[in-house]
Design a protein around this ligand. Sequence first.
Ligand code: MRU
Length: 354
Amino acid sequence: MTEADFVYDRYDHVRPIRWTGEALELLDQRVLPFTLVHEACRSSEEVADAIRALVVRGAPAIGIAAAWGVVLAGRGLETNDSAEALRRLEPAIQRLHAARPTAVNLAWALARMRGVLARSGADWCEALEREARAIETEDLAANRAMGRAGAALIEPGSGVLTHCNTGSLATAGFGTALGVIRAGVAEQRIGRVFATETRPWNQGARLTAWELSQDGIDATLIVDSAAAHLMKTGQVQWIVVGADRICANGDTANKIGTYQLAIAARHHGVKFMVVAPSSTVDMATAAGDAIEIEQRDPAELLAFRGKRVVAEGVRAWNPVFDVTPHALIDAIVTEKGVVLQPGADKMRALFAAQ
Ligand code: MRU
């Protein structure tokens, strides 16, 4: 452990995913911040349902949960033949894959689990468990590395604005964009943190604000529509966000509203940073217009706490991700390195092997 890790530990207490050896326990993000309850998943179907229902959410966290889902699916199988296991697990893997479409980490983690089955022998069950553990451990290490690299780009005394929840709750721990903010606060570079509410599911208001308060990091909440005004008043120098999928040219899918933040940031001379592990980089997708954007239930807009608040008959459109063109991004920070002013050539130079 480095000295920086000790300092970072002080700001890193929340963990959303617990493997007990029998079940996957997920901190239920639907009921935070006032109810802290874990939902125990004992089958891959339960894990797929939990991902779909947003019990667990955030690109890296759903990849990790899906990997443990494959471990659970393997528990019922009685065979020493890993090729047969792979065949029989495929429907469960497909169900996990279909749980959410936009974050590439889900497909990436499942591809790793398939790869282990293809390579292992009679010990495939233990090998699956080792791989799920490795995916989780590597994610935490990547977040710490990105935290350091991203914070180094921020001038001391800066204000930052983040969107959605990209923290410990969305990862194995520490977070991506929120990891940069944790590191920046620990290193006394970041003077002030702002978080958007992130309508309609309020990841910022319910999750980011709670998570930061757990770690003693002071944050100020704004309504999503106050972001351009915040930039205009000179209170933030960086927008720091996560990603659900980064294409081969650097175009980035992230929580709905990210794109308009990037446009406003460019207009006001505020820098725009995307922070994500290399598992979020999808070199097989050339550009952002090929990304499937998840649509969720319009009821998220039409109702509040289960009660309809919009006149009957009114319809809503609820895409939950958007794509920020690479030209609006100043830095993509990954554990493999930082890409400044990203484009296809620079992305290829760092991620050609993916
Ligand atoms: O719908 P969600 O809450 O899963 O969306 C999450 C985001 O868009 C995050 O910004 C992204 O997954 C990065 S999380 C480290």
